[in-house]
Design a protein around this ligand. Structure first.
Ligand code: PGA
Ligand code: ZN
Length: 433
């Protein structure tokens, strides 16, 4: 019963929340236990990310994954047979070597990640433990503070507004479940305010309200009104987190805000964001500047990094080396952690370890194309990351799973030592229910 070597891998095509194909992998072990995982997909990807293998051509807009699935069933299955699923590092190292490219483009990061995560699930099943407990052992007691989308934008809403995510974060909620309750009320209030204003026009890719705004700032005003309408104190109880996703509209130090027909320098972009921070209860900004604007990131962090969280997504692409480089120049103070930006759990963990060494906080994040796979919420708890970002409530399966994790927790679980916060705004809470 204890033989955790891989006997069988099956890959298949499934569908993500955008209606695009993606890769699912099943792994069976010699002891009969099984693990399953599905690769997610982003729309606003950083250029330094591991690359999915897509078929191209006409079918499904070129997004089909028959080649990636064939790689799981063929080359990867052949190479992984006999490998110990309980030895994630060796397994992932073999996957990386088998692919042979720096960005996993030959076999596909979608194929490789599905296998890497399925192996962890199989090993957890063999240990008869939930994944978070298997990966994190007794230290896995910190539920993350969630960041949840209310309005979508950018690449997720036909670029109707420039800013990609308008999210909320509930630093005063006493636990994960309460944070979800509060968020659900704000989401509902935002929907009815949009309706009253004649601006209700459905939802964006991640389930956040479609942003029928004349300016980017109008979304911030509406969000504050929604927090108040729902009966909460903006900032003290519920604060705003933004994902500017600036690489989508900025490069070489120029930023083109299409909605407002403005063309800003890096410094003007920084001034605009600082004005927003002064006017609105914003406590976290992701990718405030483009991935090629490390100097802008460093300047912005020098100015406001002591009071708000500055998150690198496209800028850091969950990469340990990039994080160390950013730390040398003081760019950003928090890393977004997305498994498919690297393609293996081992590389993602290495990035989180580098973040801790450099006193960066972390946020485990979903992609805009998700599935029923809930691995990410387990990673957030297993590694004690402290924060979690995902789609709006109607679209985010991992939230529901997170609530279940809360329910699983024993009331007597010991509180873990919290990572030192890099800025005063966000203090991960010990969400031990
Ligand atoms: P993506 O969006 O999955 O489309 O990249 C999420 C994000 O930018 O954080
Ligand atoms: Zn982002």
């Amino acid at each position: 019963m204890t033989d955790t070597s891989i006997t069988r891998i099956i890959g298949r095509r499934v569908w993500d929340s955008r209606g695009r194909p993606t890769v699912e992998a099943d792994i069976t072990l010699a002891n009969g236990k099984m693990g399953r995982a599905i690769a997610p997909a982003g729309a606003s990807t950083g250029s330094g990310e591991a690359v999915d293998l897509r078929d191209g051509g006409e079918k499904f807009g070129g997004y089909d994954v028959t080649r990636a699935v064939a790689n799981v069933n063929g080359e990867i299955a052949d190479a992984m047979r006999g490998v110990d699923a309980a030895d994630q590092t060796t397994l992932d190292t073999k996957l990386i070597a088998l692919d042979g490219t720096p960005n996993k483009s030959r076999l596909g990061a979608n194929a490789i990640l599905a296998v890497s995560m399925a192996a962890a699930h199989a090993a957890a099943a063999a240990a008869q433990l939930p994944l978070y407990r298997y990966l994190g052992a007794a230290a896995a007691t910190l539920m993350p503070l969630p960041q949840i989308q209310i309005f979508g934008g950018g690449a997720h809403a036909g670029r109707r507004v420039d800013i990609q995510d308008f999210l909320i974060c509930c630093p005063a909620a006493k636990n994960f479940s309460e944070a979800l309750d509060w968020t659900a009320e704000v989401y509902r209030a935002a929907g009815s305010l949009m309706k009253d204003a004649g601006k209700l026009a459905g939802v964006a890719d991640e389930g956040g309200w479609w942003p029928m705004f004349e300016t980017n700032e109008e979304a911030l005003e509406m969000l504050v009104r929604a927090i108040t309408r729902a009966g909460f104190k903006p900032r003290d109880q519920i604060a705003i987190a933004l994902d500017v996703a600036a690489s989508e509209f900025g490069t070489s130090g120029r930023y083109k805000l299409g909605l407002e027909n403005r063309d800003l320098s890096s410094d003007e972009m920084i001034r605009m964001l600082i004005a927003w921070i002064d006017r609105y209860p914003i406590i976290s900004i992701e990718d405030p500047l483009a991935e090629d604007d490390a100097a802008g990131f460093a300047a912005f962090t020098r100015e406001v990094g002591h009071k708000i969280q500055i998150v690198g997504d496209d800028f850091l692409v969950s990469d340990a080396t990039r994080l160390r480089e950013a730390a040398k120049i003081g760019a950003a103070n928090t890393v977004l952690l997305k498994p498919n930006q690297r393609g293996t759990l081992t590389e993602l963990k290495a990035c989180w370890d580098a973040a801790r060494e450099n006193n960066y906080a972390g946020i485990v994040s979903a992609r805009s194309g998700e599935t029923e796979d809930t691995t990410i919420i387990h990673l957030a708890v297993a590694w004690g990351v402290g924060q979690f970002k995902s789609a709006a409530l109607p679209a985010a399966n991992a939230w529901r799973n997170g609530t279940k994790l809360c329910a699983l927790r024993k009331p007597s679980a010991p509180a873990p030592a919290l990572p030192a916060p890099p800025c005063s705004a966000i203090r991960p809470r010990v969400f031990v229910t």
